[in-house]
Each structure stands twice: as C-alpha cells, then as structure tokens.
Design a protein around this ligand. Structure first.
Ligand code: NAP
Length: 560
C-alpha cells in the first residue's frame, strides 16, 4: 500500500493503519505503527489530544494510578525528561504530558482532530476498510485500530425534564475546555462514583451551596496524593529498568508490593493495625497490597468494609449523613472503588449537603432545578457525574465487517473477542483497550495488546499476509473463558458497570478480563509460539483495488 496519508479532493487518502482516538492507547499505537514503517493516520473526535484526559477536565480530575505507572515506559529518554509533579497527577498535567509525547515523537502531523469516525466498512476484495469521518474525509486503510477507550461515552440517566433546565449543565466526561465559574453558584452534583467524589471537595469551598445527589454510596478511601520529592525523582530515574520490568510483568500493572500474609495469619488487633496502614497508603494499594486472601475471602472484605465504615463515621460530623454515606448494598471491591481527597470531610461544611436518592428519588428536573418528594431545589449549575456506557464507543462508530455485518449487531448480546483485541468477521480491526482485555491498571494491559498486534502484523508482513482475524475456535475459547470466570470476579453483576449494569437494557455480560494479565500473557505466548495459529491470515488485494473479481488467498488458520 502507498504510504500516503495526504488526501486530495478527488480520492480517498490511503494509509496502512488508521487509528481512532488520541488517548494514551491511540498515541502509543500510532508511535508503534510509525516505528515499524507503516503509514498511519489518527482520527480524534475531540479538538485536542488526550482522549479521556482531554474530555474529563472537571475540577480535580486526576489519576488514581501513580503517574509514572500510568504513563509510557517505551522510551527511557521520555521517562527521564518528564517530571511528574505529584504521585497522582491532575488532568492539566496529564494533558500536557500527552501533548509533549505527541510533539517529542513527531506524532502530531499524523493526527486529525475534530474528526469523528462515522462509518468504517470492510471491503471483502481488497481486505481494507473505507472510513468516513465527520470532517468530510475518507480514508482507505489496511488496518483499523479503534483505540476508543471503554469509558468514553458519557451516560445521562433518563430523568424527566433533564433538557428543561435553564441553568448550566455539564457531564464530567464531556467537560468544556473553557473554565466553568462555580464561584458563588448554587450547584448540584448528581452521582458519587470516582468522578463525583473528585469534584465535590474541589468545588465545595467556592460555591454558595452544593447539594450532592447520591443514589448508591461507594467505599471511597483516601488517594493519599503528595508531591514527588527531589529524592524520589532521582530514584525513579535510577530505577527505570526495574520499574519497567515490574510494570511489564506485574499482574496488576502497579508497583505496589503484594502482601505475603493471609488475614488468618493475624489477630483481629493486628488486622486493624494493618487496615490503618492501608488507609494511609496510596490509591489502589488498598486492594493490591491487601492480605493475600483479599479477593477470595468475602469475610475479610466485610471486615475491611467495616473498618472503612468506622472511618466514615469518624470523618463526618453529622451521624445521619455519615450513615447515608456508608454503603449497605455491597462490600469493598464489589464495585470499582473510588479514591479521593477530602470527599467525606466536604459534608462538614455548612454549604454542603447530601440528598440520598434511595429515600427521595429525583422526580424530575425542572427549568429551575431538581425536584424530589421534598420539592424543587433551585440551582445555577447541575453536574452530571453519572458515568459511562462501557465500551460503547467501539460499537457506535458504524463499523461493518464481512458481509456488511455491523459490529453493533454482532455484539447485541455482549462482546465476543479474542484477547480483547480482535473479533471474527471483522478482519484487520483491532481494539486495544476495548472489552475483555484489561483488569487493572489499563495502560499497561492496553500496551500489551498494542505490542502483540504489532508482533502479529510483523509476522504477517514477513510472510506476505495482510488480512487477519482470529479463528472462531480461538475467539470462542477466550470469550467462553471470560464469561465462565466472571463469577470468580469480586465485582458484583448487580452493581458493577463492568457488567453493563448501569445502562438500562444493556446485556449483563462481564466486560473486563476476569482471568487477568496472567491469562492474557499466557494465551499471547501460546499463540506466538504456535506461529499465531489462533489467527486466520490471508492476502488481500492492493488497497485501492476494489475490483469485485479479486479473491483473497486463504493460507493459515489452524484452529486452536
Ligand atoms: P460511575 O462510577 O459509573 O458513577 C456514576 C454515578 O452516577 C454513580 O454514583 C451512580 O449511582 C450515579 N447515577 C447513575 N445513574 C443515576 C441516576 N439515574 N440517578 C442518580 N444517580 C445516578 O461513573 P464515574 O464516577 O464517572 O466513574 C467511572 C469510571 O471512570 C471509574 O470507575 C473509573 O474507572 C474511571 N474514573 C477514573 C478516575 C481516575 O482515575 N482518577 C476518575 C474518574 C473516573 P449508582 O451507583 O446507584 O448507579
């Protein structure tokens, strides 16, 4: 294929790889594609680079994975010359970092912003995709990589009158790039997931009043963020090789040390002292460095939850509010727990109050505010911190594979994938960071998927193949394993958006990889050792050849 991404008025642009999404995974995929000599274009719906970290720019949006574990590890020079200011960086710094990466590796000239993909049709004869986007461009690409993320389609609940509100309203996942002025305003925040618990303490001091509408409380524990000291900066650089090795192989994708002891090794008193240590430890280490039986022992998680409940009662002055903030419907880690700074303490401020929607559901939104059984409360601003439709972006892009089948229809009952990378019937479509792939610190898993894809494409290139999809057997095995192992996941189907439970009508299917990175590595290694026999490879025609007479030469595909 011609390595030309430049489009003229009369012909679609041709490119080896078209990537969708300028988030952390899409930029890495672009870097790897260019490095391997492919021509590549990246289309991004937003007006800037950053993906999640472009759209989620609400006050106090920040990492809850350590900055240097979430960031790229592919370049020691990049690791050395970027100084994260805090262990958990805030959105502006993350956005600056991703722009820095785009500039440092000369990626920007391959990126088209403000270009939302509207359709992507697979051409059987040529083995390519024709991709149309909202900026009027058409591309023909050999490979289509949808790095569209899983938490990228904001979800608005269908509350009557939502559109009638005459004040300002925002979704945390679609935050405007011009600053929102909260000063002296009457503000409602609806939702208390990871986004809600970050924005509440961030705006509590400047608003006239803040009403937090909570449907289900979460087990929110302290992020324990702090600046990275000069010694730590030096240590990070000195330890790059070890850090990279740990993050490239660790099951969780974190640097947190797993704890060797089981809860039964300790007395109740010792356990309480350990929980206190965990409470003061950074971010996800409350899960990743908890007792070795943490994920298999529900009694332990109940006890840990009780410990947190005690903390909430100690932090919130009003006992009734404290009780409302303590989850009663799930134990710790049955849902993805949020991490924040000062969330519970915010309710001690005289201008902040909690409305529990379990007792008083929202009846409707009116022109002036939010109506519950207690009447209408008037607001200047409503913030919808109501989450996302997991992995929806991939399905609403208008992708059609073999025989014109839409991905949306193929996945009507939930996703079916091999390694969370590809799906049968959709040759040359890859979706790193999509469903069935990750189970912990996302960029590490997504990077594994990009690396594996590039290995597969290199193998194919050496042998003259350029059309690939997983074998049906490989996909069935992976997807059946995901579905079968879902019941071993600590996450609860009733409560976790990982099962699609937050979206009315969405099929209840597990959307992560419940067997974790170990299984991902294992199946990738087996596929690699067996000359990628979990895939069916063939030769397509030249990209611009749309002749109906062309026929692909099928070569491999020993079913695993
Ligand atoms: P979320 O965890 O899905 O939380 C959505 C919130 O909206 C929940 O409290 C939910 O209540 C509420 N809600 C939904 N529908 C509602 C309705 N009809 N009426 C009232 N409340 C309603 O979404 P999120 O907070 O945006 O977080 C999503 C994910 O994004 C996180 O789990 C995390 O993976 C990621 N995230 C990460 C960071 C970070 O890294 N620092 C920050 C933010 C988000 P119910 O629980 O009752 O459904």
């Amino acid at each position: 294929m011609q390595a030309s991404a430049v489009q003229n008025a009369s012909a679609p642009a041709q490119v080896d790889m078209l990537i969708v999404g300028a988030g952390i995974t899409g930029l890495y995929q672009l870097y790897r594609a260019l490095e391997s000599g492919l021509s590549a274009v990246l289309l991004e719906a937003g007006k800037g680079i950053g993906g999640t970290w472009f759209w989620n720019r609400y006050p106090e949006a920040r990492f809850d994975s350590e900055s240097y574990t979430y960031a790229y590890l592919f370049s020691k020079e990049l690791f050395d010359d970027w100084r994260w200011s805090e262990h958990f960086a805030a959105q502006p710094e993350i956005e600056r970092y991703l722009n820095h990466v785009a500039d440092r590796f000369d990626l920007r000239r391959h990126v088209r912003l403000d270009a939302r993909v509207t359709s992507a049709m697979f051409n059987e004869n040529s083995g390519t995709y024709t991709i149309e986007s909202s900026d009027g461009s058409t591309h023909i690409a050999r490979y289509l990589v949808a790095a569209t993320g899983v938490l990228s389609v904001p979800f608005y609940p269908s509350v009557a009158g939502r559109e009638d509100f005459a004040g300002e309203s925002y979704h945390t996942g679609l935050w405007p790039s011009t600053p929102v002025d909260f000063k002296g305003k009457r503000v409602a925040v609806i939702g208390t997931g990871s986004s809600g618990v970050q924005i509440v303490p961030a705006i509590a001091d400047e608003v006239a009043s803040l009403t937090v509408y909570q449907r289900s409380p979460n087990w929110c524990t302290p992020l324990n963020n702090r600046p990275i000291t000069e010694d730590e900066q030096l240590g990070l650089r000195a330890d790059y090789t070890t850090i990279k090795q740990t993050l490239d192989t660790s099951i969780s994708g974190f640097l947190h040390e797993p704890y060797k002891r089981a809860s039964t090794d300790d007395t109740l008193e010792e356990r309480q002292a350990f929980y206190e240590k965990l409470w003061n430890s950074p971010g996800f280490s409350k899960m990743t460095s908890n007792y070795s039986d943490f994920f298999t022992n529900a009694d332990l998680r109940k006890e840990f939850s009780e410990f947190i409940a005690g903390k909430i009662r100690g932090l919130v002055n009003d006992p009734a509010t404290a009780e409302l903030l303590i989850p009663k419907d799930h134990i710790y880690a049955q849902k993805r727990p949020p991490y924040a700074t000062g969330f519970y303490e915010a309710f001690n401020k005289p201008n902040v109050k909690l409305v529990s929607l379990k007792e008083t559901p929202i009846q409707k939104v009116t022109e002036k505010g939010v109506e519950t059984a207690h009447g209408v409360e008037e607001f200047d601003i409503i913030v919808w911190a109501t989450g996302f439709d997991f992995a929806r972006a991939l399905q609403r892009m208008g992708i059609r594979g073999r025989n014109g089948v839409a991905l949306e229809d193929a996945w009507r009952d939930g996703p079916s994938t091999f390694l969370g990378i590809q799906a049968t019937g959709f040759p040359n479509l890859f979706f790193p960071g999509g469903p069935h792939g990750a189970a912990a610190n996302n960029p590490r898993y997504n990077g594994d998927q990009v690396d594996f894809t590039m290995e597969l494409l290199a193998y194919m290139r050496e042998r003259g193949y350029d059309v690939v999809e997983p074998s049906q057997a490989a996909e069935d095995q992976w997807s059946n394993t995901v579905n079968a192992m879902a019941s071993y996941s600590p996450f609860s189907p009733e409560h976790s958006y990982y099962f699609g439970s937050n979206i009315p009508g969405k099929p209840r299917k597990f959307l992560l990889n419940p067997a974790g990175r170990g299984m991902l590595f294992d199946v990738m290694a087996k596929s690699r050792e067996a000359q990628f026999n979990t895939f069916v490879m063939s030769q397509g025609r030249a990209c611009i050849d749309d002749s109906e007479t062309a026929s692909a030469t099928q070569q491999t595909g020993e079913q695993s």
